[in-house]
Design a binder for this molecule. Structure first.
Ligand code: ACO
Length: 335
């Protein structure tokens, strides 16, 4: 059977580091509160004029270089983001033009923190059926231009950062066994009844005009979150989803070399890892340095792991995410 394999990984973080102390200068928060509640110490912000596709480009170029492929070898770009460059067209089109790989298919997906896993499932389906041979899957976010830096937004603003991660996926013959290289199992879910628990209301197609001065005054263009509810769901759904893919493949947490969870809150990840019985030293967290980069967290984590030499070919990776939608999912990949 055909398996989807990771051919190359890359990531890019904008150079500007924003510490908790810097945020505390514009809103009523503190380094102590942010570190205790979330584990975040700093995040990266773009300079003015830099959009999601600008962050994606260097990440994609690194992933292609590692794969030993040219942009023209790609058949499809999947761009996962909740912060596209513009309302339309999708950021995948901007990235395709910058990479110079016309006229391959360019697809944006908007499944927030689960974007990488949804993209992985889409890519896996195309590769395993032979529709495409090489797919570039990118997660890239610019949050900093859409956050409320007043006291009103402090609960959300301290959590997010900008960044991009990319993976080049290809197809390889496997034996249909858990020992195969590549994507062994990927599952994604949603529960839209939670859509308004973590969302951004404006601009909205339901109102004319889509964005009014009143909406801006009310801060409806900023994300709003029921933090406690999201926390509860995340700590329930992430372990449940992770356990599901392990069970489906007849594996246990002991088989997992690296657990790479979405980075929303260090406390969430510690709880999830504990529920799964995965020790801290096999759980990859970088939220301390980057905050929550939404669709980019998992590919950044994978790329960092590979770059550090801690991820070896043959290692079993367990991925899990939960976020706005609500959406969530998990995957098992042999690197
Ligand atoms: N600094 C200081 N105090 C703050 C801040 C801040 N930045 N933010 C909130 N507070 C205050 C609150 O006002 C509240 O004060 P009160 O008790 O006087 O009312 C107090 O701190 C406690 O607030 P809680 O919301 O109960 O704090 P909690 O311990 O739940 O932590 C947090 C908040 C960190 C947001 C947590 O709920 C969380 O991580 N939730 C999940 C986030 C998440 O997973 N998001 C999903 C991914 S994002 C995506 O998909 C786009």
């Amino acid at each position: 059977m055909i398996r989807t394999v990771i051919e190359g990984l890359g990531h890019y973080l904008p150079p500007r580091v924003v510490t908790n102390e810097e945020l505390a200068q514009s809103m009523n928060t503190s380094d102590e509160w942010i570190v205790q509640r979330t584990g975040i110490r700093e995040r990266r912000y773009v300079e003015d004029g830099v959009g999601a596709s600008d962050l994606a480009l260097p990440a994609a170029q690194k992933a292609l270089e590692q794969a030993g492929l040219a942009p023209t070898d790609l058949d499809l770009i999947i761009f996962a983001t909740l912060s596209p460059d513009v309302c339309f067209p999708g950021s995948a089109c901007f990235l395709q033009a910058r990479l110079g790989c016309r006229p391959i298919a360019a697809l944006d997906i908007r499944t927030q923190c689960s974007g990488f896993l949804y993209g992985l499932q889409i890519a896996d389906a195309f590769l395993r059926t032979g529709t495409y041979r090489h797919v570039l899957l990118v997660g890239a976010e610019v949050h900093s231009t859409g956050l409320d830096f007043s006291d009103r937004g402090r609960d959300v603003t301290v959590l997010f950062g900008d960044g991009a991660g990319a993976v080049v996926l290809g197809a390889r013959e496997g034996a249909g066994l858990p020992s195969d290289s590549g994507v062994l199992c990927v599952r994604v879910c949603a529960d839209g009844t939670g859509a308004k628990e973590l969302w951004c209301v404006a601009p909205t197609s339901a109102r004319m005009p889509r964005l009014t001065h009143k909406m801006l005054e009310d801060g409806l263009h900023f994300p709003q979150m029921n933090g406690r509810l999201v926390f509860r769901w995340a700590t329930e759904k992430m372990p449940e989803a992770a356990q599901q893919v392990l069970d489906e493949m007849g594996m246990t947490a002991n088989d997992v070399r690296w657990f790479v969870p979405h980075q929303a809150n260090l406390r969430i990840n510690e709880l999830v890892a504990r529920k799964l019985g995965i020790p801290d030293e096999r759980c990859w967290n970088n939220i301390e340095r980057y905050g929550n980069t939404t669709a980019a967290t998992i590919p950044i984590g994978l790329s960092e792991l590979a770059e550090s030499g801690k991820l070896q070919r043959g290692d079993l990776l367990l991925l899990a995410a939960f976020g706005s939608g609500f959406t969530w999912g998990s995957a098992l990949i042999r690197y």
